[in-house]
Write a protein that binds this ligand. Structure first.
Ligand SMILES: [Zn+2]
Length: 314
């Protein structure tokens, strides 16, 4: 049997990027979902892929976001919870605030026509025991928030250097400790929730998702493809499986995301981005049975997963 891999998309909207970046333009809630969602659904359809889309509750409450949720659900993809307000500093919330954050997003997603989500991904690549507790109580099957990489402190330094003074995000992206977190699925000992980490390059533990590939593509398209091929080879050799994370910016041109010129890879033309994504997805399908994260977790659930205590991952 072929090994399983998953593809998921965090439906981060333009306003969410601007908010994290400290750009006051976010308050007008600019949206690029009407450009991004049909294009992404086309690419998935061309490759015959069923994926998981992590939706932000505040978007699902608006017309364009609700339309996106309905289109994603109609195309057969799983809709999962990506918090209500997309605040990367979720780890500072009280348990009651966390519960409200998860519940509000759930309500908005269900009202837009999707089944009640059973998967969650936090906006800041971190989980806390409090969050896991909320998810377990609310009947979630899995969390997919962890990005097991050592670049968190570097990403934070970059963020603090480029973001506005009001971004308030001095403790983003976790610490160096996350490099010790496993690169494949495990089970949280308390509550039994499955964690499906976003796969990073085995051994080197550097990210392999869109923005990083696009940065390499800006230097050389061959370099980007060589990097992803190496990642696939190492994932197969180490049995790490693969859970690939996508974002709307993986298919959008700079002109479609005004204010995001600071973002890595934004200078790559939209058509080239779509072509690179198509190549990535067909490379993945050549070696793996590719499903959404919920189905990935369902297939692993019967197997003996390693267990971990919910500490030291934030
Ligand atoms: Zn996000």
């Amino acid at each position: 049997m072929r090994p399983v891999a998953s593809v998921s998309l965090d439906l981060d909207n333009l306003w969410a990027y601007l908010k994290t970046h400290g750009d006051p333009a976010w308050e007008r809630r600019p949206s690029f979902l009407p450009s991004a969602v049909p294009r992404l659904l086309d690419v998935f359809g061309e490759h015959g892929l069923t994926t998981t889309v992590f939706v932000v509750g505040a978007d699902a409450e608006r017309d364009d976001g609700a339309g996106a949720v309905a289109a994603i659900t109609a195309a057969g993809h799983e809709v999962a919870n990506h918090s209500f307000g997309h605040e990367p500093w979720l780890h500072r919330y009280s348990p009651a605030e966390l519960d409200d954050e998860v519940a509000r997003a759930e309500r908005a997603i269900v009202a837009a026509g999707a089944p009640k989500p059973t998967g969650f991904r936090g906006p800041g690549y971190s989980v806390t025991p409090q969050l896991l507790d909320v998810l377990t109580r609310r009947g979630y099957r899995y969390d997919a928030s962890v990005l097991p990489t050592w670049i968190g402190p570097l990403a934070r330094a970059y963020h603090n250097r480029t973001a506005g003074p009001d971004s308030g995000a001095t403790d983003l992206f976790g610490g160096f400790g996350k490099v010790r977190a496993p690169n494949q699925a495990y089970r949280w000992r308390a509550g039994g929730l499955v964690e499906l980490p976003v796969t990073t390059m085995p051994l080197l533990r550097v990210p392999i998702h869109g923005a990083y590939l696009l940065q390499l593509h800006q230097i050389s398209p061959r370099l980007a493809r060589g990097y992803f091929r190496t990642a696939l080879r190492l994932c197969r050799a180490t049995g790490a499986g693969q859970s690939l994370l996508l974002h709307p910016t993986d298919v959008l041109a700079a002109a479609e995301a005004p204010g995001m010129e600071f973002f890595p890879g934004m200078a790559v033309p939209g058509g080239e981005k779509v072509a690179l994504l198509g190549w990535v997805l067909s490379s993945l399908r050549r070696h793996f049975d590719v499903v959404g994260t919920g189905e990935h977790v369902a297939r692993l659930d019967g197997t003996a997963l390693r267990e971990r205590d919910p500490v030291a991952c934030g």
